[in-house]
Design a protein around this ligand. Structure first.
Ligand code: AP5
Length: 220
């Protein structure tokens, strides 16, 4: 499985990608998580990315391409992967073709191409509500929602017992900017894959389990 998740911020990419990756035994590669780890680790990449992410804008293609090139070269990604948050621009999509082979399976890269792309459809009005009630575990990355997917004990991770946090880019100003970046820079990526007949659209509204079923059905 070589799958790309495309969707606006808060559409459930991380929630669904983690589940699908566990089920199919392939790594879940989230560029947002990788950047947050770099920030937590105080690396040069994290130092450069932190203010850009906090504002809701996209990190430069140059930085992202370096990260993804390195990650996809690791042994665990050779059998497949689920990409969450990459590619987000046309430049990134074109580069991905050269890394994994042409999307139609003609290429070089690490093999057979065979990319599939799944776009989660969630209207903008639903996004702000989802994001304002999101909490995540800084230790294991588990994602909760205080209404629809709450932890057993408010603000404590079920798995790790760590105190849950709200992301710094989950304030209303940054969310609006993230939505704008999605519409302007990432929707053309969906069109790019649609033209190659690789894109499946899935309704992302409804209970998490139902959305997961729709995803599985669209992939089978
Ligand atoms: P990233 O971490 O990728 O954030 P995002 O795309 O904005 O997406 P989110 O993580 O906010 O949401 P999600 O779709 O994963 O939803 P989730 O499952 O958490 O990127 C952050 C930043 O990093 C970017 O803004 C950019 O600066 C930078 N960056 C990353 N990649 C980059 C790239 N390639 N190029 C340039 N810059 C890059 O769900 C959200 C909430 O809703 C949760 O609380 C969840 O519990 C809840 N929920 C999930 N499903 C449902 C449902 N069906 N019903 C109700 N609630 C639900």
């Amino acid at each position: 499985m070589k799958l790309i998740f495309i969707g606006p911020p808060g559409s459930g990419k991380g929630t669904q990608a983690k589940r699908l990756a566990a089920q199919h035994g392939v790594p879940h590669i989230s560029t947002g998580d990788m950047l947050r780890e770099a920030i937590a680790g105080g690396t040069e990449l994290g130092r450069q990315a932190a203010p850009i992410m906090a504002s809701g804008a996209l990190v430069s293609d140059e930085l992202m391409l370096g990260i993804i090139d390195e990650r996809l070269a690791k042994p665990d990604a050779q059998r497949g992967f689920i990409l969450d948050g990459f590619p987000r621009t046309l430049v990134q999509a074109e580069k991905l073709d050269t890394i994994v082979g042409d999307s139609k399976g003609n290429g070089s890269g690490n093999g057979a191409g065979g990319l599939r792309v799944l776009q989660l459809l969630v209207p903008d009005e639903a996004i702000v509500k989802r994001i304002s009630l999101r909490r995540s575990c800084p230790t294991c990355g588990a994602i909760y929602h205080l209404e629809s997917a709450p932890p057993a004990v408010d603000t404590v991770c079920d798995r790790e017992g760590a105190a849950l946090i709200a992301r710094p880019d989950d304030n209303e100003t940054a969310v609006r900017k993230r939505l704008e970046a999605f519409h302007r820079q990432t929707l053309p990526v969906a069109t790019f894959y649609k033209a190659k007949q690789l894109l499946r659209e899935v309704d992302g509204v409804g209970p998490v389990d139902e959305v997961f079923e729709r995803i599985e059905k669209s992939l089978s």
